[in-house]
Design a protein around this ligand. Sequence first.
Ligand SMILES: Cc1ncc(COP(=O)(O)O)c(C=O)c1O
Length: 392
Amino acid sequence: MTYDFDRRIDRRHTRSYKWDQGGKLFGDENVLPLWVADMDFLSPPAVREALEKRAALGMYGYAIREDGYFEAIADWFRDRHDWAIDTQWITDVPSVVTSLSLAVELFSEPGGEVVLQSPVYYPFYEVIRSNGRKVAKNTLLLRDGRFEMDYDGLERLFQGGAKLMLLCSPHNPGGRVWEREELLRLGELCLRYGVTVVSDEIHCDLVLPGLGRKHVPFASLSPELADMTITCLAATKTFNLPGLHTSFTVVSNASMRRKLQQRIQMLSLHMAQHFAQDAVEAAYRHGAPWLDEMLRYVEGNIEYAIAYLAEHLPEVKPLRPEGTYLLWVDCRGLGLDVNGLKELMFRKAKVAFNEGSVFGTEGEGWLRINLACPRSIVEEALESFCRAANAR
Ligand SMILES: Cc1ncc(COP(=O)(O)O)c(C=O)c1O
């Protein structure tokens, strides 16, 4: 192993969203946090070096983006995802959720319906509602321990007039890496009903190696589908940089891209962040070996967690993720309501996983566990959780 993913690094008192809010959010600052999706691993060495060099400038003036940054992005998606992106199609946005919200505002009508597939990453609901649109919910089907899209449900929503869909690909939570055929079937429906797709592919690089899956960018399926797709991407989830608050969209449709860029300019969200480009370029140019090793390590954590839960708490049933570092666990067998699960986690076990109902009503009785952390943290958290659950 070249990188030490086993190393525990004390993140408390670093203004960490994950580690420094235990008192405020869970009533105990010592709760072990395996919730919000960042990693307890150091970023790739090349990223740290690039940031150190930039910090050493000692002046943090307004910055520009250079061609090399856009070329690094395009090269990454060509090499990693067989997707040819023209650098002109790329627009920087501070965060993926910003892009989701702008897309809802620009590409749906006030009061109109926007489709999501639940359970799903909770800001999907927020960006629809806060823009004055209605959530048109298509519940995912759980078949043989994995989520599938309900195409009949989608067609009903499209027939009912929904013209925008937020796709989460790979899907959070549940870890589905949608297959080409599944996406093509979705694409056919979108083309038939003239539905624009906002494809949040922030987890695209986090496909776990063991199952032989491959991420298929929705916009890579055909030029017709690319023409009606806004793809939201970032290096932040892949390389543990979310605090740098940087992301980008890829939009090949020139008029949609112009609309997006005008709004970004109007809100003055277009200026370059001083550090972000250096980190992203270094990550895409030099981070692949780190990423491959990190994914193998996380896959080991997932295997460990699934085996541990099967042995020590068989009432709970995790879904085996194909992608993401998040384990979605069906805890309905414990017979606890939302408050009961919180009490079990925060008070009794002293661990913080994400409570599932925030991902949609389908998530009630489920928990999401972030496994991008040293194995010893996974061991400690699961041991405490299972001990507390078995003592209830
Ligand atoms: C599906 C999905 N989209 C977006 C984000 C957040 O992206 P950003 O921090 O760039 O808004 C996350 C983070 O967990 C996520 O899981």
